[in-house]
Design a protein around this ligand. Structure first.
Ligand code: ATP
Ligand code: MG
Length: 437
């Protein structure tokens, strides 16, 4: 078999895969190979996997193709995917491509581009199945047969009046199970859960979670049907947001910092924060220097300072993660702060007791000074309580100040924990200085 035939065979093999698998394969290739593969697929075949890829990656790939190739692929793409992809291209390129797409398609995409990407409008597909209210069940089924291809989903049909205002909803199941002659107006459910186009994705996700529908319709202020948001789109966005939040907890300011990015781009994002934290940490250093006399006299206490500081950071980080997660999920907000603090106080008390006893016994044995064990235990117990309270409170304060709570809460809480821990430990040591000598 010659090489061409073999290649063709492999291509056919690839095309049997799901577009999402194909998207994964394309993403794993280097740029040259990816372009090569996309070129070999027919436009229609390339459109689906490109729509499944991360929009930034798909846009990068598309800009390697000729303008004509790009336009032909885009014209086969679902408008919501095409809009996401175009949004990643330079404004000039985007305008040029839009001008050359088929006018109705271009208009749809342009409307989608006008909604912020993290809103229901930005997520929706305009290809929603809308049925005129006068239809009977059999007419609706015929209608769906004809239109199914171009609709985002046909599991739900939305019933509209002449002005495209939403009147009700019925599922495919409702429709096929009904006697053929039933008017759909009789079948439909008129108590429809809808999304306004400007609703934030987090709120959209909450509604999906609450009602468990596969899709929700988007309507404007006059109840005109604009589009449909399907659960898979919401999942994509939520996964992205979750990753961004996680990165930010570590004090990495931008969600764009990725494991395999060039080092210099990661350094640019991280170093400014780290440099700022050096200044913040100098406050701990200046606190320590106030106790110079004590440390000089009782040098052995210095051995426990890193442990106290680290543990305060650990306890704060736990409380903080719980608070940020709670806020992100909408379980708690500012008004719940007292309840959260009351809870963290009790957690800190019990955890502190446990840790205090642990370190107390160990230090008493190691240094053969029961009093030092008691001082260390007390300091760690107090620190743990302080750290739990700090970690629990800081994300709420940040949010209140309109700062992103996920961004710098971690480092700030850790430093405050250090201040409390080291301050308490060295103060106690100073108080018992005479007996510890
Ligand atoms: P299946 O559960 O087998 O997928 P189903 O018909 O039960 O089929 P569901 O997704 O469970 O489909 O929907 C249940 C009902 O919810 C349907 O009768 C449908 O009319 C209704 N429904 C769908 N979307 C909405 C909505 N946005 N607001 C209110 N009701 C809706
Ligand atoms: Mg059901």
């Amino acid at each position: 078999m010659d090489e061409r035939a073999l290649d063709k065979l492999k291509l056919q093999e690839l095309l049997r895969r799901h577009p999402a698998d194909l998207a994964e394969i394309i993403s794993a290739l280097n740029e040259e190979e990816a372009v090569e593969l996309v070129r070999r697929l027919y436009e229609r075949q390339a459109a689906a996997p490109l729509g499944e890829m991360e929009p930034e990656a798909a846009a990068r790939l598309l800009s390697q193709l000729t303008r004509d190739e790009a336009i032909r692929i885009l014209s086969h793409m679902d408008p919501d995917d095409a809009a996401d992809l175009l949004a990643e291209l330079p404004k000039e390129t985007m305008r040029e491509i839009l001008a050359r797409l088929e006018p109705t398609k271009a208009k749809t995409i342009q409307t989608l581009l006008s909604y912020p990407p993290d809103t229901a409008g930005g997520l929706m597909s305009p290809e929603v199945l809308a049925l005129p209210a006068h239809m009977r069940a059999y007419e609706a089924i015929q209608f769906i047969r004809r239109k199914a291809e171009e609709k985002e989903t046909i599991y739900y049909a939305y019933v509209v009046d002449e002005e495209n205002r939403l009147l009700g909803v019925l599922s495919l199941r409702d429709l096929v199970l009904a006697p053929l002659n039933t008017p759909i107006a009789k079948l439909m459910n008129t108590d429809v859960v809808t999304l306004p186009p400007d609703m934030d994705v987090e709120e959209v996700a909450r509604l999906f979670d609450k009602y468990n529908f596969l899709a929700l319709p988007v309507v404007d202020a006059e109840r005109k049907l604009l589009g449909i948001v399907t659960v898979d789109d919401v999942m994509d966005v939520m996964r992205k947001e979750a990753t961004e939040d996680l990165l930010r907890v570590g004090g990495i300011p931008s969600g764009e910092d990725m494991p395999l990015d060039p080092p210099i781009s990661s350094v640019k994002k991280r170093l400014p924060w780290l440099m700022g934290l050096v200044i913040l940490n100098l406050s701990v250093a200046s606190l320590v220097s106030r106790f110079e006399a004590t440390i000089a006299e009782l040098a052995f206490v210095a051995a426990l300072m890193p442990l106290i500081a680290d543990m305060s950071g650990n306890a704060a980080a736990q409380a903080l993660t719980v608070a940020i997660r709670g806020m992100a999920l909408g379980i708690v907000d500012w008004k719940d702060l007292p309840r959260v603090l009351w809870k963290e106080l009790r957690v800190g008390l019990l955890a502190g007791l446990g840790l205090g006893v642990e370190i107390g016994i160990i230090s008493a044995l190691l240094w053969k000074k029961p009093l030092f064990g008691m001082v260390a235990g007390l300091a760690l117990a107090g620190t743990t309580m302080g750290a739990c309270l700090t970690g629990g409170a800081i994300p709420f304060l940040f949010k209140r100040l309109r700062l992103d709570p996920a961004m710098m809460s971690g480092p700030v809480a850790t430093t405050i924990g250090d201040l409390i821990g080291i301050g308490l430990f060295l103060s106690l040591v100073t108080v018992f200085r005479g007996q510890l000598l």
